[in-house]
Design a binder for this molecule. Structure first.
Ligand SMILES: [Zn+2]
Length: 120
């Protein structure tokens, strides 16, 4: 089953071709401010459809991830590794799903701010 969603204005669309076991609510400095619910995956299992310049890519200093946000509507849609091409890891912001579908998923709390462990 494919899971799909888009940002509010529809410029950025994504599909996930596998079912995530759970979604991750992380309390690190960036995820807590973005309010994201991540499905971690690999690029081969996900498809992102967007015009090339549709997103702003935010990288923290020394960061390994780039957080992508729609320039038009402000929704954070996904992150890609800054080594995209050699590092296939990525995550989709499942908070953009239809709320009725989102409600079916288990949400796990991850202590990305400190211990780097699940706290549930
Ligand atoms: Zn948008």
């Amino acid at each position: 089953m494919t899971v799909q969603a888009s940002c509010h204005c529809g410029a950025v669309k994504f599909k996930l071709n596998i079912q995530p076991e759970w979604l991750i609510k992380c309390n690190c400095s960036i995820c807590s401010k973005l309010g994201t619910l991540w499905a971690h995956t690999l690029e081969k299992d996900a498809e992102i459809t967007m015009p090339e310049s549709a997103t702003l890519a935010y990288k923290r200093k020394d960061a390994s991830l780039a957080f992508h946000t729609c320039k038009t509507c402000g929704c954070t849609t996904h992150w890609w590794s800054v080594k995209r091409g050699e590092d296939e890891r990525m995550a989709l912001n499942m908070a953009l799903l239809d709320p009725k579908i989102l409600a079916q998923y288990r949400i796990r709390h991850f202590d990305g701010a400190d211990s780097w462990k699940f706290t549930d």
